[in-house]
Structure formats: C-alpha cells, structure tokens
Write a protein that binds this ligand. Structure first.
Ligand code: ADP
Length: 601
C-alpha cells in the first residue's frame, strides 16, 4: 500500500475516533438527561400530588374539627374552607391518576379514590354536627401516604438507575478514550518505523555509496513510496558500481597500455611523478642505471640519486631542461662506452603551463651508433679535406707562377681565364679549410686548446682584423666591454674565430652607415657575447636553419662572397664543444643579434 494512502487511512481513523467519541458522549448525555427527566415525570409529579392531597386532607379535617368547636353561624365558613381543600384534593388526585407509573399504583389509586369518595360523602354532613369522621380520615391518609411511599421508592429506584447510566457512560467513555489513545499511540509508534527509519537507513547507505561502498543494498519490504525509493536506490548503486568498475577498468587498461609501451621501447624510459617518485621504468633503463626495477619503482629519484650518479644526472635540472631539450650522456654499459641522448618530456595538465606538471618521462636514446657514424664521417671529411688541401695549394702556387710575367706574358684572354681559375681555386681552398675546421670542431673539446683567457683578449683578437672591413663598408663598429669581466676557460683562437665570423657576417649584411655592436656581459656564471647589427635581418623560417651546415639565405649572398654556409655551423660546434650555447634573434629589416655564452671560471 502506498505511504500516502497509509497516512490518509491513519488520519481518517483518528477523525473517525473523534467522531465516535463525540457521538458516544452525546448519546450518554442524552441517556442521563432522559433518566432524570423520567424521575421528574414518573414520580416527582405523583409525590407532589400526594403531598398536596395530604395537606388538603388535613385542611379538610381541620375544617370539620374547627366547625365543631366554633359557633354554628360560622359553619358556612368552614364548609367553604372544606370545599376549597376538597377541590385541591380532587385536582391532585386526578393528577396522580393521570400519572400511573409504578406497579400497584393503579390499584392503590382506585382504593384511594374509593376512600376519598367515602370521606367526601361523609365529612360535609358532619361539619355543623361536629362529629369527627376519624376512621375515614385515617384510612384516606394511609392511602395518600402509601401513594407517597410508592412514588418515593420509585424515584429512588430511578435515581439508582440514572446513577447506573452515568457509571456506564463514564465506563464506556473511558474505554473509548483508552481505545483511541492506544490506537493513536500505536500509530505514533508505527509512523517512525514506517517513514523515519527507512529514511535514516537510506541516508547512511547513501553516505556509504559516496565512500564508494557500492555493495550497499536496501531490502525492499514494502510496495509504497519508501519501497520505490529503496529499489531506485538499489538500481542506482548497481549502476554506480558498473560505472565505477568500467572507469577503473578503462584506467587500468590505459595504465597497462602505457606500461606496455614503456616496456616495449628499445630506449631506456623512466616515468616520474612531479615529486620525482619513480612510477615505472623499463628493463633497458633498469639495466642502464644498474638498479633492479623493483628497487626503483615507488622510490624517490632524489633518494636513489644519492647512491647512483647516473640517476642523479638524469634528474639534474629536470625542470629547467624543459621538454624536448637534449643533452648527451656518456655511459659505460656492458664494458663499453656508449652515448645517450637525454630527452625529458614534461607531462602537463594544461599544455604550456609548467606549474600544472603531473610528472616527467625521461628517455635515454642510445645514439652511440650515430655518434660513431658521425665521427667516421668527420674523420673522412678531415682526411679528404686534408688530402685536397695540398694539391689545391700546389695548384694555387702554380697559377701564381703562371701569372708571373717573368715566366712569360699572357695575352689578355689567357690572363682573364687564369684569374677566374685562381678565384675558383681560392674558393675551393676556403671550403676545404672550413670543412677541416668543422670536422675538427665536431671531434670536440679534446682537440681544443683550453686555457684561462680573458674576454678582453678574445675581443681584441677578433676586432682588430674587422676594423678595416667595417671602415671600408662605412659601418660603425661599436665595442661595449665593461671592466672586470671574469676569466673564461676557452680555446682563444677558436672563440676569436667565432667572433670574427659573426662580426664579418654582421658587417656584410648591414648596409653602409649602419651599425654593428659587439657587447660582452657577465651574467650569473656566464660571460655573454653578443653581436648586433642594423642589417637586413633574417625571416623566422630561415632563422631556425641558419646554424645548419651549408645553409645560406637565398638572395642574401652577394656575388663576390665566397662563403659556403659553414661559418655558423662551425661556430655552433665550437661553442658547444666549450659547453656553451649560441642563438640568434632577428627582425627582418631591423637587424639581427647573435648571442653566445661561455661559462666563467
Ligand atoms: P656564410 O657566411 O659562409 O654564407 P654562415 O653560416 O656564416 O655562412 O651564414 C649562413 C647564412 O646566414 C648566410 O648566408 C646569411 O644568409 C645568413 N646570415 C648570417 N649572419 C647574418 C646577419 N648578421 N644578417 C643577416 N643574415 C645573416
């Protein structure tokens, strides 16, 4: 049954109880009323009549007696008195006769009337005579008293009955009220069990569900609204559990997929949380780091790094390195030296926001083979350049001899051809020299002659040969060299070469009356060199490639320039072999700035 129906029934029952109580009370009050009315009607009238008859009888008797004692003249007066009393008696007798209610009353009244008639027939005659009619009077009086007694007893009986009715009324009322109270109490006790208990049970279970205890279930015991609520709740719990399970399944599947990807990779991969706790590593990484997977997972990389240099190294500057940044690591693995390229990918909740970092993926790519190939290539280039340089120099010499007039004069045509040949050979020599320089730079710091040098010394060595070039092109060369710059560890001639290359480019690509500024700054632990010009600038898409080998911006290169696009590539190799960085910023039409920095001592 529906809860609404139940509540309605309960309230209806209460209303019914109130109505029946009211009806019962009215009924009892009415019964009590009629009982007292009966007393009044049945007996009281007869009693009053009996009393009046007794009084009238005494009056009559009195008149008879006094007429006897008084003078004869007054007899008429007593007759009047007698008649008056008689009329009262007769009237009351009629009243009594009209109100026969008691058993035996009728017979009594017949007797009374008989006696009255007798008394009345005898008494007036004796008035003047004065003879008392005592026995008649007595018997009439006895009858009157008997009537009085009968009705008094009747009244008493009715009174007792009325009392009984009232007692009954009290009893029934108490019973009814008790019943009503019991019923109400019963309902009051049932109501919480009916409504409040299921609701509080539901509240507890919902709380449990909120804490992911999906096994919660409410037993459906009724068909009412609470029952419906309970079954809806059960359905919800089942759905939530399914949903949660499918979510967890999906998450587990994703996690397993990611782990499988990490495990299947040939490169060493370490996944860290933002607090640098190790989430997962693959076998390659574990072997490379020399620690068992189980000893790594769940540990903090900083703690592991205390006893493992390599771990300390791979997490070094993890944030400043940023994503997609690269750094080489030389690792001894399996008894041989291998080269690894460290790549840190920062996992960010919001892309481009380092503060939202969720963790890091560190990848160590084995680039030993590429490195070996690169070295072989550099070696090859070195050898070939070296081998080409000697015959080219010899050719150059021979051409110079041919041009010497002492050997013989050339006609203008021949001289022109020789001139072109000489230029080409010079160009070839320059390319060969630069290639040699590049392959040397690529071999790295080992071939650098590192020493403590002052930035001023480097600037001096670079600027002197450039002065003339700037003057010739009417370009203002400005040098900004603050005092007390720290010393740096570098190959003096190589860094000077880089500066010369940058200054030469700057002058070359700056129109006359332009400005080229060389600035040196000491910043943090670095000494920063920058060459700024007010030249033609470089488009962004070319800016990314200018450090590539043999790259030249089309249209920039003048006919007379003999460069081959190696200058910046060599500069980059030299600076990186020093552990520094080189970069360029440019705005087309406004100018370019090349900056490199080297670590100060
Ligand atoms: P090269 O000077 O031998 O051509 P570089 O490696 O020195 O080779 O320079 C590569 C290219 O970068 C140049 O050909 C030129 O197009 C561009 N470039 C270099 N420096 C500047 C500069 N200061 N302003 C404009 N373009 C430049």
């Amino acid at each position: 049954m529906k809860l609404k129906k139940r509540i309605l029934i309960a309230l209806g029952l209460m209303a019914l109880l109130i109505v029946s109580l009211a009806l019962a009370s009215t009924y009892f009050v009415q019964r009590l009323g009629s009982a007292s009315e009966n007393i009044l009607k049945d007996n009281y009238v007869s009693i009053v009549a009996a009393h009046s008859m007794l009084d009238a009888l005494d009056e009559m008797d009195n008149a008879v007696l006094r007429s006897h004692l008084d003078t004869a003249e007054k007899a008429i007066q007593y007759t009047l008195l007698f008649d008056h009393a008689d009329s009262i008696f007769a009237r009351n007798l009629s009243i009594a006769e009209g109100n026969i209610t008691e058993p035996g009353e009728k017979e009594l009244l017949v007797e009374l009337r008989k006696r009255y008639e007798l008394y009345k027939s005898e008494a007036p005659a004796s008035i003047p005579v004065g003879e008392r009619i005592g026995p008649l009077y007595d018997s009439l009086k006895v009858s009157c008293i008997a009537l009085l007694d009968l009705n008094t007893k009747g009244m008493h009986l009715r009174n007792v009955k009325a009392k009984e009715v009232s007692n009954q009324a009290i009893l029934y009322t108490i019973l009814l009220v008790g019943f009503a109270l019991l019923l109400t109490l019963g309902m009051l006790l049932r109501f919480p069990a009916l409504v409040i208990k299921p609701i509080s049970e539901l509240t507890t279970k919902i709380r449990n569900i909120a804490n992911r205890k999906y096994s919660e279930h409410i037993e459906v015991t009724s068909q009412d609204e609470i029952g419906e609520l309970a079954s809806s709740f059960n359905q919800m719990a089942v759905r939530l559990e399914e949903y949660d399970r499918s979510n967890i399944d999906a998450l587990i599947a994703e996690k397993k997929q990611s782990e499988a990807i990490v495990k299947s990779m040939n490169d060493a991969v370490v996944v860290l949380t933002r607090d640098l706790d190790v989430v997962t590593v693959n076998a390659v990484a574990a072997q490379l780091l020399g620690i068992a997977e189980s000893d790594l997972i769940g540990k903090n990389a900083n703690d592991v790094g205390l006893n493992n240099n390599l771990v300390a190294k791979i997490i070094e500057n993890i944030d400043s390195t940023g994503s997609n940044d690269e750094a080489y690591l030389r690792i001894y693995n399996d008894g041989k030296e291998e080269y690894y390229l460290k790549d840190v990918i920062r996992i960010e909740r919001t892309e481009g926001d380092p503060a939202s970092a969720l963790g890091y993926v560190i990848e160590l790519k084995n680039v030993s083979e590429f490195k070996a190939l690169d070295e072989a290539k550099s070696g090859f280039v070195t050898t070939v350049s070296h081998e080409l340089r000697t015959p080219l120099s010899a050719l150059n010499m021979s051409l110079r001899l041919l041009q010497d007039e002492r050997i013989g004069t050339l006609n203008p045509e021949q001289a022109k051809i020789l001139d072109a040949m000489k230029q080409e050979i010079r160009r070839l020599l320059r390319i060969v020299n630069e290639l040699l320089e590049l392959s040397r730079a690529e071999v790295g710091a080992e071939v650098m002659h590192m020493e403590a040098v002052s930035p001023e010394g480097i600037v001096d060595a670079a600027v002197t040969p450039m002065m003339l070039q700037a003057d010739q092109k009417h370009v203002n060369l400005e040098i900004n060299l603050p005092p007390n710059l720290p010393m740096i560890r570098a190959d003096n001639s190589k860094i000077a070469w880089v500066l010369i290359n940058l200054l030469s480019n700057a002058i070359r690509f700056t129109p006359a009356e332009g400005k080229v500024k060389l600035e040196v700054l000491s910043q943090n632990n670095n000494v920063e060199f920058s060459v700024t010009d007010t030249g033609i600038g470089i488009e962004p898409q070319n800016l990314e490639r200018i450090f590539d080998k043999f790259f030249q911006v089309r249209g920039n290169v003048s006919e007379h320039h003999s460069g081959v696009g190696l200058g910046l590539a060599i500069s980059k190799e030299i600076i990186e072999a020093h552990g520094g960085r080189i970069s360029a910023q440019s705005e087309v039409g406004k100018g370019t700035t090349f900056t490199f920095y080297l670590r100060s001592l």
